[in-house]
Design a protein around this ligand. Sequence first.
Ligand code: 1CP
Length: 344
Amino acid sequence: MNNFIKNDLLLRALAGANVERPPVWMMRQAGRYLPAYMELKRKYDFFTRVQTPELVAAITKQPIDIVGSDAAILFSDILVVPQAMGLEVQMNEGVGPLLPNPIKTINDFNRIQIPDVANALAYVFEGIRCTKQALNNEVPLIGFAGAPFTILCYMVEGKGSKTFEKAKQFCYQEPQLAHRLLNMITITTINYLEQQVIAGVDALQIFDSWSGLLSPEDFAVWSEPYLLRIYQALVAKVPVIIYPKGSWYALTSLSNAGVKALGIDWCISPAQARSFTVRNTVLQGNFDPAKLLLPIPQLKQAVTAMIDDFGVQHYIANLGHGITPNIPVANAKAFIEAVKNYKQ
Ligand code: 1CP
């Protein structure tokens, strides 16, 4: 628990302490639904925004000032890791990420390495230091990385996809190579997150955005062991939230393996998620981001009902996935306020 942070609700909830109401933040809260972000987006391209510490600090702080989240999440991207490992990553307006030379064969391994992250990702750590100063201990700062399976998806597929079939086929057809790649990503990610902690983040989230594309059996092979290595390497330093989107079937095994904080999407009910996890596991989620477009009174009712279902303790109110660019700021604010005004 960090005594220096004025609003430490998130850290108290993660530590299992009693809280007066659940903490609240939103996945992708720093981004395109905020006019203040769009202004900086017009002036600076994506990687300039990500690599300039002052811009990182300003963008990270926007949702704290504008919608009143209880925690900040660093403005960065999960794809800085494959970039640091040696793959070219482009971010194209309206199209999303593109890795023009993805991993296909053993020869492609010659182009990637486990980088010296202190050097290769120094701009992230400088961004964290700058952001901590800007936040002035008002709220905690969450650092993050992609889970190894989700990073493999982009490294092999080369772009976003609804199915990531090339990435999954690579795992099933070239299992040894795929495990070698996952191992390299895992080592890099652990080094990267350790440096994020040294630079000052107060908690971590691991985004396994595509794990739900795997069957339960394949999750156990291609995702879980790597998630647990990362979790176990970091959890003694700061609290770690694992968010395996779509993998409701894996909650029991992750929880039994000792994971104390799990993010969930809206495809599982709070009661089911509680029944799948060890008592007092901290659950985070799971508001359907599309429901943010409800008329504000209905939106607030739905948020209140969600908290009723999860319970106030051992809970972090959040969306079940990222906020989309079409959400009015007033609705995002109403989501946060509904949590802040919750009465037991
Ligand atoms: O120019 C822009 O604004 C592009 C949109 C954008 C933004 C705002 C991208 C490109 N990345 C980001 C920032 C970002 N990405 C954050 C900032 C902090 C915050 O949440 O407020 C975070 C945590 C991420 C993490 C991220 N990037 C994930 C995991 C979370 C999730 O949504 O599942 C993933 C899958 C990515 C890849 C990525 N980067 C950007 C886009 C559009 C995508 C998704 C591509 C796809 O659909 O596959």
